[in-house]
Each structure stands twice: as C-alpha cells, then as structure tokens.
Design a protein around this ligand. Structure first.
Ligand SMILES: NC(=O)c1ccc[n+]([C@@H]2O[C@H](COP(=O)([O-])OP(=O)(O)OC[C@H]3O[C@@H](n4cnc5c(N)ncnc54)[C@H](OP(=O)(O)O)[C@@H]3O)[C@@H](O)[C@H]2O)c1
Length: 315
C-alpha cells in the first residue's frame, strides 16, 4: 500500500510516497481503508522540526492524524464495529502510523461511526480540532451568556468548532479573523467580528473574561492586557517551559494562563457527533486528490484557509 513519509525535516518537498505492507490488525484494533485524511498544523510543525522535543529526530516519519474510511477487518476483541462500517478516527502516533496512507490499523477505541449526514471529508475534519475545541471549552469553566470571550484566529478548523460550541452556551463571542473569514465567524456564532488586517484588538478598551489565541501570534504577556481581573488566557500552542511557567504564574496572579492540550477520547467525540447531528457545521475548504498531496500541504500551510483542508486517498 502507499503511504506518505519523510526522511528529514523540511518543507512539503521532503514528503514522498513509500510502498509498504498493509498493517496487520491486533485484537483490539480495526483495519481501515482510508478514504480521506485532513491536514492539521501539527503535521507541518513536526515536519519542519519545530516540535523536536516531542517528535525526536528519528526517521522515517509518517504524517496525518485524522482519517475517515471503511472498516476492512476487525480484531478478535472488537465487537462494536464490523467490516463495511463507515467510520472516522484518529491514529495514536502520527509519526509511526500516519493517517496519510491507504490503510491504517488503529485501536478501536479511537474509531467512531461516521454520522450519516456528513461526508468522509467532513468526518476526517473532526477529531483533532474538534476535541481540542471541546478541551478548550472545558478549561474555560462555567460559560454563561454573560461570559465575554475573545477568540483570536477564529476561522481555522479549531475556531470553527470552538465558535459553534460557544454559541451553544450563548456566550458573548468576539472573533478575530481575516477579511474573508468574517462572514464565517458570524455564521458560526460570533456576536462581534474584528478584522485583524484593519483593526488592532489591543487598541480597543474592551476587556474579556476569556481570551483564547488560535493564531499562535498572541503571547500570554500580551493577551492578559485584554483580560478582566480574574480572566483567563488560553494557550493552545504551549512550549514545554510555558507549561511549567503557567503553573507558577497562576499561584501569584488573578489573570490565569491556562494550557490546552487535547487528547481525543470517545467521551469527547460522542459530544461532537451529537453536536454534528444537531447541526454543527463542518466547512471543508478544499479537497485534494492523493496525487496532489504536496500541493495540499502547501495550500494548508500558507494560511488563509477557512475550515479544513482534506486529501482524498481511496475514492
Ligand atoms: N492544544 C491542542 O491540543 C491543539 C490541537 C489542535 C490545534 N492546536 C493549535 O491550535 C491553533 C489553531 O489551529 P487551526 O487548525 O485552527 O489553525 P489554522 O487553521 O492555522 O488557524 C489559525 C487562524 O489564525 C488566523 N490568524 C492568522 N494571523 C492572525 C493574526 N495576526 N491575528 C489573528 N488571527 C490570525 C488565521 O486566519 P487567516 O488564515 O485567514 O489569516 C486562522 O483563522 C494552531 O496553532 C494549532 O497548532 C492545538
């Protein structure tokens, strides 16, 4: 079978197709014929060597976390899935068993039935950013209609889920996005939109209960200037040192620095499936055919993508 791999850190040019044998299935696993996988920013952050502490420097590495496809084979200990089921899921270690392959063997605990109303491209867009958005929501604590929340960088995959989950809580949402993202941010639940190419969020006098940065461009040091007393800044891209620093910081200041690290689980995914069945929208910006995988990564990496970028592997 074909899979995408790389042997050195670098741009999307280091990616290439490798031929390898179809993975065999352990008792607790299912073999999936992958139809679609989605691209997440951690794919290229790892590939560019920006997360070496976590990724290490061993090669070859694979890539891709989220997938959707058809169950091809079921391990002897799995009874909630069967051959032919339409499913979506996430691999445990994307560098070893990347989802950008024709087949993946995955623990059945990380595979869920695809809601009938959504496409394989939409389903492959859910796990990483959907569960990250739910984790962020949980870290925000008790959100009420009185809660004012600033989502900085609101129209990528993470923001798309977060805005809609916050809207379910009737929170008062301000969303920072590029000009072309503004209409989407409104559609997904923002009460107020701020175009970062025209306005500087720091030049306003508004203070928020929660500020979450999804752009990777706002530090806690800056973000806390936008917080009310006892407000929280959520950091979704923490450096290891920031994780430790945030613990100390929170002992001594009323403006909390909270780290969000998601780990997709069945409990969270079931909440997302329920939200999807109740109308949560999943915007797939573009679907690339497998033979254009490098273009897909380039497109996703250059920014300006509303929602998710997906690659179709087995039609
Ligand atoms: N902690 C976790 O478990 C976890 C899980 C998943 C993702 N993440 C991280 O969460 C972040 C968001 O993920 P994503 O998939 O949604 O990424 P994304 O698609 O790259 O979204 C980033 C957003 O930030 C916007 N942006 C760019 N420059 C900005 C600026 N100067 N001011 C305000 N907004 C700006 C972008 O808008 P334009 O593109 O239109 O310019 C885009 O909407 C990423 O850094 C990702 O690594 C963390």
């Amino acid at each position: 079978m074909k899979a995408i791999a790389y042997n050195q850190f670098g741009t999307s040019e280091v990616l290439h197709i490798v031929e390898q044998s179809k993975p065999s299935v352990k008792n607790d696993q299912v073999l999936i014929k992958v139809k679609t996988f989605s691209i997440n920013s951690m794919d290229w952050k790892i590939r560019k060597g920006e997360m070496k502490l976590m990724s290490g420097s061993k090669f070859p590495k694979h890539t891709g976390a989220d997938f959707a496809g058809i169950v091809e084979e079921v391990g002897s200990g799995v009874n909630h899935l069967k051959k032919g089921d339409e499913v979506f899921g996430v691999v445990k270690n994307l560098m070893k068993e990347g989802a950008s392959a024709e087949y993946v063997a995955v623990s059945a605990s990380l595979v869920w039935k695809k809601p009938a109303a959504i496409s394989f491209a939409q389903a492959a867009s859910i796990p990483v950013v959907g569960t990250a958005a739910l984790s962020a929501l949980e870290k925000m604590g008790n959100i009420t209609p009185q809660s004012s929340i600033l989502v900085n960088g609101a129209t990528g995959g993470f923001g798309m889920f977060l805005l809609q989950l916050l809207q379910q809580k009737n929170a008062n949402i301000s969303a920072v996005a590029s000009t072309k993202g503004l209409a989407f941010a409104k559609k997904w639940g923002a009460n107020k939109v701020i175009d970062y190419s025209k306005e500087n969020v720091f030049s306003k006098q508004t203070k928020y209960d929660v500020v979450i940065d999804l752009s990777g461009k706002m530090s806690y040091k800056n973000g806390k200037k936008l917080l009310k007393n006892r407000g929280s800044f959520l950091n979704v891209t923490p450096q290891p040192i920031q994780i430790i620093a945030s613990l100390f910081n929170n002992l001594f200041t009323s403006k909390k620095h909270i780290v969000v690290l998601s780990n997709p689980s069945t409990k969270q995914t079931e909440k997302l499936i329920k939200a999807v069945n109740e109308g949560l929208q999943i915007e797939v910006n573009k679907v690339f055919p497998f033979n254009q995988f490098k273009e897909a990564y380039k497109y996703a990496e250059k920014g300006g993508v509303i929602g998710k970028v997906v690659v179709e592997i087995n039609e």
